[in-house]
Design a protein. Structure first.
Length: 125
């Protein structure tokens, strides 16, 4: 069921954990998701299922397909990584989204002036 603007009271007091991943291709890809389960599903859909089978080590193509069809997302991603010699770093942690409201020029100006760079002595001249 969709959540149309209502908040679950249990979630109001918790910080959303979040997850992010970096797929280390020639051109790296970055993905953000609500949690580790969603990031696995997202990578399975956007990266693994979208791959050309000719880029796989031949004996692993069927194993990846089998895991995808049975919704074993993390298993599919791990085998895909082995099959393509591609690394993916996945982190399950809150990633703050900085907005103009949270970091306007006044806030940034004050934070810079009170930062470590401006308040600690540098190397002797």
């Amino acid at each position: 069921m969709a959540d149309h603007g209502t908040q679950n009271p249990a979630r109001l007091n918790s910080v959303p954990l979040g997850a992010w991943a970096v797929v280390k291709h020639d051109t790296p890809q970055i993905f953000l998701a609500e949690n580790a389960q969603v990031i696995s599903r997202l990578i399975a859909l956007k990266v693994v299922a979208g791959s050309n089978p000719s880029t796989f080590k031949p004996h692993l193509v069927e194993a990846v397909k089998e895991h995808l069809l049975h919704e074993r997302w993390a298993d599919a991603v791990l085998i895909w990584m082995e099959a393509t010699d591609t690394l993916i770093d996945v982190y399950e942690e809150h990633v703050p989204i900085w907005t103009e409201d949270r970091l306007d020029s006044e806030v940034a100006s004050m934070a810079i002036r009170t930062s470590k760079l401006f308040n600690e002595t540098g190397p002797a001249s």
